[in-house]
Design a protein around this ligand. Structure first.
Ligand code: DOR
Ligand code: ZN
Ligand code: ZN
Length: 391
């Protein structure tokens, strides 16, 4: 088979460090099969499936299920993330060693958050011994009680309880210091404020082993979106100010923020078509990540395509220690890569996305850049908007 690639950009396959696939537990919103299809169509060849499933991925049994289903579907490498604690908001550390033996290299408290500093310190110590990374959700829960939106002028005018920037910044600072003290590798999920970027700059300058991701939605959208009370815009951490988005774009261009991760978070229609306060936080991201990076980073001249390869593929692969992803193809090696048409523009329709859920904040928006072909170890997994099942 010949794949035409005139005028297209060749990139290493994308790696998403932060994907909610909802299996097991919420297969009405996404499964490993439908999420893998969305990933392949979005140009991804590896995704890290977050642990806040039901049951929680805090043990080897759930981890093995995710590995097995990912391999059976075969469209993208699905790597299970292990939960730091037993259960969400757990008081006890999970058996990180057992999960590491089952192949887990990223542990996370995403969707819950480890509040207890002693627990976080132990998690960092053990993960160092296991050569794993701890990805933290970056929320100090004592400062976000009842929070509904970014704490600021807009939320105040709309009567929505605030989620202050300091709820993120204080715990990122704490965990950077714990990472320094333990010598561990810390990864900060979905950085959303200018202040967090400042802390990361300081921590990296100190030689602390910290990496960080920003989501496409925190690069493009801001709290202007709150005006219509449409819960499609509700997400944790919340959409911040336009000034924050500008700082985040610059931090990503500079490498203070290492990479882009989607925080792809499918939700059922009834959990989004409701009152703001009752709605669940989160938005789809796998099929719109590349176009949003083109709109926010490439078009304004903040990143060239070399830089896109860095933030969508190389750095996430390095952070997770993934062999075979995020680098150019070696001679004689089956290709894991993504072809992008940089000139194409397309209009996003949630109903047309491969996910079961349709909660996209980009509904009706025209975005630049389209993934045309995705190859995983020499096999086409997606081509011109169609998934290719294994024969
Ligand atoms: O918006 C979010 N959605 N933030 C999280 O931390 C969890 C995620 C989810 O699981 O829906
Ligand atoms: Zn999170
Ligand atoms: Zn998440």
């Amino acid at each position: 088979e010949v794949v035409e690639a005139h005028g297209q950009v060749l990139l290493p396959g994308f790696v998403d460090l932060h994907t909610h696939l909802r299996e097991p537990g919420r297969e009405d919103t996404e499964t490993i099969a439908t999420g893998s299809a969305a990933a392949a169509l979005g140009g991804y060849t590896a995704v890290f499936a977050m642990a806040n499933t039901d049951p929680v991925a805090d043990n080897a049994v759930v981890v093995e299920h995710v590995w097995r289903r990912g391999r059976e579907v075969g469209l993208v490498d699905v790597h299970p993330v292990g939960a730091v604690t037993v259960g969400l908001r757990g008081e006890k550390l999970a058996e990180l060693g057992t999960m590491a033996a089952a192949g887990v290299r990223v542990f996370s408290d995403d969707g819950h958050c480890v509040h207890d500093p002693l627990l976080m310190r132990r998690a960092l110590e053990y993960s160092t011994a296991l050569d794993a990374v701890v990805a933290q959700h970056a929320e100090e829960p004592r400062l976000t009680v009842g929070a509904q939106a970014h704490e600021g002028e807009r939320a105040a005018r709309l009567g929505l309880a605030g989620w202050p920037a300091v709820a993120e910044e204080s715990i990122v600072a704490r965990d950077c210091l714990l990472a320094r003290q333990t010598g561990a590798r810390l990864h900060v999920c979905h950085v959303s404020t200018a202040g967090t970027a400042e802390i990361l700059r300081w921590a990296k300058g100190q030689g602390i082993e910290v990496s960080a991701e920003v989501t496409p939605h925190h690069l493009l959208l801001d709290d202007d979106r709150l005006a219509g009370y449409d819960p499609v815009n509700k997400v944790n951490p919340p959409l911040r100010t336009a000034a924050d988005t500008k700082v985040l774009r610059d931090a990503l261009a500079e490498g203070v923020v290492d990479c882009v991760a989607t925080d792809h978070a499918p939700h059922a229609a009834q959990d989004k078509d409701c009152e703001w306060s009752a709605a669940r936080p989160g938005m789809l991201g796998l099929q719109t990540a590349l176009p949003v990076v083109v709109a926010t980073m490439v078009e304004p001249g903040l990143l060239d395509w070399r830089g896109v390869a860095r933030v969508l593929s190389e750095r996430p692969a390095e952070i997770a220690g993934l062999p075979g992803h995020g680098r150019p193809i070696a001679v004689g090696e089956p290709a894991t890569l993504t072809l992008v048409d940089p000139a194409a523009r397309w209009t996003v329709r949630g109903a047309e996305l491969a996910s079961i859920a349709a909660n996209t904040p980009y509904e009706g928006m025209e975005l630049p850049g389209r993934v045309v072909t995705t190859l995983l170890r020499g096999r086409i997994t997606a081509h011109e908007g169609m998934v290719r099942e294994r024969e």
